[in-house]
Design a protein around this ligand. Structure first.
Ligand SMILES: [Zn+2]
Length: 243
């Protein structure tokens, strides 16, 4: 069954990325975010499900988050979040609030991704109120094209209205009901970043996406067309069955 047939066979509202695969292959997934915490809030549930299914996940942050809080504190928080999600934090060494998108940075970012033999990548939806988020979506897209579109590229939503703007209807949903507590713990690991406010905002999004997907909580993604990876074909199937 090819991907088109598979998608045709599954009602969109029920489509989900199921991560309890039996494949022997150890898929590698990178999640790029503007700051420490963005990948965790946007898709911490998906990350938890991927790693618990034996997938290797890297959290690639554009910068170390240093602003009002020191880099040491932000990176310690990210380390803790990574331990909770069983994912590895990596930094692209830009400065918080001063993202640069130019030829040199396109190339250095591409080199960073080229070292990871990845199957899929999740990044910010490119229309976003934070310039660092727009920057990493831009850097990621360019790397994806330069690396011959060989990995599946998904866009995530984070703090809708506050950050992500005009996120369209998701093409894929991941049921995160069973890992909601793990995701919450990873978000709260970023204790310096007012998690009470931001987690409630993102959890409302998860409840809405869950409502759409027929589960309690879900994360929604938009798949970039044109990927040559088979990743999404293997991972798209029905939502988790209610226990
Ligand atoms: Zn951010």
């Amino acid at each position: 069954m090819n991907r088109r047939d598979l998608l045709k066979a599954i009602p969109l509202a029920a489509a989900a990325i199921t991560l309890a695969q039996t494949s022997q292959r150890r898929y590698k997934v990178v999640v790029t975010g503007g700051h420490p915490g963005d990948p965790e809030y946007a898709c911490g549930g998906t990350i938890a499900r991927l790693t618990s299914a034996g997938r290797d996940v890297v959290l690639l942050y554009l910068n170390n988050g240093e602003w009002e809080t020191s880099a040491a504190i932000r990176m310690a928080e990210a380390k803790k979040a990574g331990e909770i999600l069983k994912a590895r934090p990596v930094y692209a060494d830009q400065k918080n609030g001063h993202a640069i998108v130019d030829n040199d940075h396109y190339q250095s970012f591409q080199k960073l991704l080229a070292t990871e033999n990845l199957d899929a990548l999740f990044t910010h939806w490119p229309i976003d109120n934070h310039p660092d988020h727009r920057a990493i979506a831009n850097l990621t897209y360019e790397a994806w094209t330069q690396l011959k579109r060989r990995f599946a590229l998904f866009y995530f939503e984070v703090s809708d209205g506050e950050d992500t703007v005009q996120f369209p209807a998701p093409t894929h949903y991941v049921d995160i009901t069973s890992v909601a507590d793990t995701k919450k713990a990873a978000c709260y690991a970023h204790a310096s970043q007012t998690p009470d406010f931001y987690y409630r905002l993102q959890d409302t999004v998860a409840a809405f996406r869950g409502f759409q997907a027929g589960t309690k909580k879900a994360e929604g993604f938009v798949l970039q067309l044109g990927s040559l990876s088979e990743f999404d074909l293997d991972f798209v199937t029905a939502a988790e069955q209610p226990k």
